[in-house]
Design a protein. Structure first.
Lengths: 205, 387
């Protein structure tokens, strides 16, 4: 997966994420067109039966499709539907503050790590006051589907120990392929950062 | 006397006017030289995942291209520099902010299920993990129709101009990019790659092409030239599409020309979530914007700041809340069904955007991190590594 963030002179912006899914997609090459084919249907494997996990609903919720409750399991089609698009972690996003005259154009790559990485970059930038490069470069943590915490190499050992003391279980992830690209506008200044994890470099004028 | 008084008054007024002019000039100049820091730009910028593609995007902006033009040019380039990540055989999602109208729209050109896909496909998931190699997993590529729709709505430069820099890159002295080289040399990927049709592109026998060595890719250069000249329809209804479908069929794929012809990107409003001073705009399901919005909205309620992480205990506390929020959020991922194909799923993501569920989630988070999985609705989940 790859992400591009762009800010134009007039303040218009684009956040775009593109993918062929896992590295090299389906590993199918069309020699006459030079195109590598995706394996996006693999993401249908993560599609979960509706209502299989329901957060305890607020008291006013009536359940059903519009609420926090379950959609009856009987409506769950087990086979892929022609034309269906598989679920995705891609989150090309734009944050705008009219009051501050600020924008943050952001998104990421790295499969299931995308949301974790983007959340932490946004937190670091908007709430913890890090500059954009530091916000993206800071090591991240991720929580796997079994609730175990995974830490990017060089993540603070002190925090890891603290979380262990709070009862969090941890596990190892062989690869961290999280990559975030962002452009921030703050008044008349424009900051652009491509994640050094993938050797990227932003450009502007 | 009167004459002298008038002269004095004129002098005073002139002095005042001069002072005012100096003050205004000073303010304007100081604004133009606001200390932005050494790495700042003043007008526009592009952040792609390689220097060369960010540069191509910047050049398009400097030629008066729109941000959408620059994005398309940078993406076309990225398909060449990082082909392991994306390309014309994939799909794309745009979030586009128009500063003139103040509107934010989504163009979703994510790949879709072909008409003749294997009905038993999902019984093969376990065997296919983790790489998902094989033609049965190919979705209908949406990339180029996504570009075409974005360009039709927001493009400023001619379509062909967006492809030219990458065509020149490929037709010139193109060398194997270093990140691609790392992937080709990965001991995890290499056995699969050498037994796939990608071997003819990236390997010399069983050895990957040399890092920074010559990397000829004439077929892709020709495809880009055709798309630049004839438009995306050459791929979806023309000769390029037919060649692609035939090549895929040779590897057992079920993609058809009708699948390509029937593919249409979706244009829709962005999800909108207020986060204090900021409004977050992100793509709705099947993309992950609703989950991102939910997480940030829950976290916003904890009022984290630089002071929160000033001490080690504060830092641990913040990350504890983050981890707990992630656990609750993953318990909600089932809501990311494609609402276009599953009408009964159209509104299931709405609670993620409401304050009610966010507040309820905050109330569920205490000082402990060892709750049972059912506390987070994670007890029946399985891996969800969707990309």
């Amino acid at each position: 997966t790859s992400h591009v963030s762009v800010l134009g002179e007039d303040g218009s912006a684009v956040s775009a994420t593109s993918t062929i899914n896992t590295p090299f997609g389906a590993m199918v090459y069309s020699p006459r067109t030079g195109i590598l084919l995706n394996n996006e249907l693999l993401d249908l494997c993560w599609r979960r039966p509706p209502g299989s996990s329901i957060t305890p609903a607020p008291a006013t919720d009536g359940g059903g499709p519009g609420g926090c409750g379950a959609v009856p399991d009987t409506t769950y089609p087990r086979v892929p539907v022609p034309g269906e698009r598989p679920p995705s972690s891609m989150v090309p996003s734009i944050l705008i503050s009219a009051a501050r005259g600020s924008k943050l154009v952001i998104g990421g790559a790295g499969g299931e790590l995308i949301i974790s990485a983007v959340v932490q970059a946004v937190m670091n930038k908007l709430w913890l006051g890090l500059d954009l490069s530091e916000a993206i470069a800071a090591p991240i943590l991720h929580v796997g589907s079994q609730g175990r915490v995974e830490f990017e190499p060089s993540f603070s050992q002190e925090v890891q120990n603290g979380l262990r003391e709070r009862g969090h279980s941890q596990s190892q992830r062989p690869f961290f392929l999280n990559v975030v690209q962002a452009v921030a506008q703050e008044g008349t200044c424009v900051y652009a950062v491509s994640d050094s994890r993938k050797g990227g470099e932003a450009a502007g004028y | 006397m009167a004459c002298g008084r008038r002269a004095t008054l004129s002098l005073v007024l002139l002095g005042l006017a001069l002072t005012l002019a100096i003050v205004v000039l000073a303010v304007v100049l100081s604004r133009r030289h606001t200390p932005c820091g050494p790495n700042a730009f003043f007008r526009a910028a592009v952040a792609a995942d390689s220097k060369v593609c960010s540069g191509i995007g910047r050049a398009i902006l400097e030629q008066q291209g729109s941000p959408v033009d620059a994005t398309i040019a940078a993406l076309v380039c990225t398909g060449v520099i990082n082909p392991q990540s994306m390309g014309l055989g994939g799909g794309v999602i745009f979030t586009i902010y128009n500063a003139t109208t103040g509107k934010v729209e989504i163009i979703n050109a994510r790949e879709s299920v072909p008409a003749n896909s294997d009905p038993d496909l999902l019984t093969q998931c376990d065997r296919a993990m983790p790489l998902g190699k094989g033609s049965q997993w190919i979705g209908v590529p949406g990339e180029l129709r996504g570009y075409a729709e974005a360009h039709r709505r927001h493009g400023r430069l001619p379509w062909a101009q967006l492809f030219q820099p990458t065509i020149e890159l490929l037709r010139g002295d193109f060398h194997l990019p270093s990140i691609l080289s790392q992937f080709l040399n990965s001991s995890f990927l290499r056995p699969s790659l050498t037994t796939s049709s990608l071997r003819q592109l990236f390997f010399n026998g069983t050895e990957p092409l040399q890092p920074q060595g010559p990397f000829p890719w004439p077929a892709l250069a020709a495809t880009l030239e055709t798309v630049a000249a004839e438009g995306a329809e050459a791929f979806y209804k023309g000769r390029l599409g037919r060649m692609l479908v035939e090549d895929v069929a040779k590897e057992g794929g079920r993609l058809t020309m009708k699948d390509l012809g029937d593919f249409h990107p979706e244009v829709l409003d962005a999800l909108e979530m207020s986060l204090g001073d900021y409004t977050l705009y992100s793509p709705p399901p099947p993309a992950g914007g609703a989950i991102l919005s939910f997480i940030l909205n829950v976290l916003r309620g904890f009022n984290f700041s630089a002071d929160s992480v000033a001490s080690p205990e504060g830092s641990v506390d913040m990350y504890h809340h983050l981890v707990e929020t992630f656990k609750f959020a993953w318990g909600q991922k089932w809501r990311l069904w494609d609402p276009r194909s599953h009408r009964n799923m159209q509104n299931v993501s709405l609670p993620l955007l409401g304050e009610e569920l966010a507040r309820h989630t905050r109330q569920q988070i205490d000082g402990s991190g060892d709750h049972r999985l059912s506390h987070y609705s994670l007890e029946r989940t399985w891996d969800h590594r969707m990309g």
